[in-house]
Design a protein around this ligand. Sequence first.
Ligand code: GLC
Length: 649
Amino acid sequence: MAISTTLKPCRRLLIGCTRTVGWHPKCPHRLPSAADHHSLHRLHRPADPEPARPRPSAPPSHRGILGIPTTVSDLRRFSSSSEPFPGGGDKAFDRIYIQGMAVKPLVLESVEAEAVKEAVKEEVEREQAATVETEGSVDGGVGNLEESGRDLEVGKEIEVSEVEKEAWRLLNKAVVSYCGSPVGTVAANDPTTLSQLNYDQVFIRDFVPSAIAFLIKGESDVVRNFLLHIVQLQSWEKTVDCYSPGQGLMPASFKVRTVPLDGSNEAFEEVLDPDFGESAIGRVAPVDSGLWWIILLRAYGKITGDYTLQERVDVQTGIKLILNLCLSDGFDMFPSLLVTDGSCMIDRRMGIHGHPLEIQALFYSALRCSREMITINDTSKNLVRAINNRLSALSFHIREYYWVDMKRINEIYRYKTEEYSQNAVNKFNIYPEQIPSWLADWIPEKGGYLIGNLQPAHMDFRFFSLGNFWAIVSSLTTPRQAEGILNLIEDKWDDLVANMPFKICYPALEYEEWRIITGGDPKNTPWSYHNGGSWPTLLWQFTLACIKMGRPDLAQRAVAVAEKQLSNDKWPEYYDTRTGRFIGKQSRLYQTWTVAGFLLSKMLLANPEIATILTCEEDLELLEGCICSLSKSSRTKCSRRAARSQILV
Ligand code: GLC
């Protein structure tokens, strides 16, 4: 058989704001309307990603529980039945994958371009004036919730400290514009560092706390623009050398570049230049980007009350592309998402390949958010079933196998190994010798946590903060486990918070372990950066978790620790040492998500009703789904009551 040797051209892709397809030529910075997007969509994207076909070996539908809701609002209230995932084993999406689009931005005549630039300049000036006005009226912000007439309790006017005022100034300064409209915030605005690396870019994960802070304050344009631009970037062809990663992948970051028009040095245009990992250090895949995008999209709807954005065809397609990438069949034996090392906030080698907790928590959360947002029609019904199916299997898997407390560790300590058969107790063949010596002293009598990773014969017992916080926020844990995690944090305050919230993971890898697992990474030395460094941005996720569990006191305590330091230290990206006393060795200053994380925590504490709409509640129907499927192989009774007693440990 002849093998084609033709290689796809390796191209770097830029999206220009002067594209004219479906865009108003006189107003290139205007985002396309829903109608425009229909035409864009037809030109560049699949009409509606056809759900992949059912697996041939689909088990019988004993898992079905409820009917499929018929409207999005129904979905907001109900979960639905779970049938086998109509897996994409045959790569159904290949049929709709649009290869190699014309990527050279279409440009306007230079006279027109000049006129546009003038208009943009005027608009920027107007915006700047508006920003100055808003800065003057910082109010702890509940923005337009009231104006939009929504039934959220509107926050009271609260006093804003000098530190918060400074934070708002910095956050506004970090806003990046593209063709005159705000589209995100730079990762850091550090005047003291010569080499910016990629900190002058808008990172998807970094923008989330800024976005929510802006939404709460009533400034939703920047978030709307961001969400729409990212969905456009998603379907562009990307390559690492000559290999194209999956179409649903969202970029880790993007940069607004100014480039000469047609090689001339007189006229310029702005282009969006995404990085899907092909320029990132280590070429890491930003798996979390798409998940965060979905989570933010839901938050946008919930806070602004504007659900038309999530209902747009291009946005619906964006959600489905991400889900198809995450739900497609592979060689997996577990419902957790299999990823490479460094595919999330920890974007360097840190021994978190496989099934890291952070990705599982975000995955679970994104599935829950998508289920609320997907418009139900004949083609999306199967996808919703697949989502429900995965949600119940994933929550069972994490609750059951990632959870450790005193009792559990005792069980693992006495595990028998080499067990064969479906009735094995030690399913993953964990050798008890793996229990690290620090854990025996560390695990408190009361409370517990979700471990960092689970693979065959491997449990990573490190405590990873973001995964644990987001598992609480999204209800991936049981309510009792959520309480247990907060109890552990309170008990281990000096290890996890001390002088600066929050340790990214605990404990650090040291000595040989550091050498072998990080590959001798000089940036991730023990108690620095990703290896046990302290990251103030994690405050907002912690605050959400605390408010959800009725423990705002804990969040307040952490915020107070941060408030004492951050402004004096110029808002560092991270802190070093076991107790978080030093500003990180290579830490950026004026790191935007440090600023936003702090501000957002303050806003959430002042307006806890907003925290409520950003979290997900326990869904007993999902648990029932899992118990029912387990009941086939055991004597467990299939009912909601059984679900409660089985999984709500
Ligand atoms: C570092 C962090 C990553 C963050 C980026 C920009 O690479 O590890 O999580 O998104 O900086 O701040």
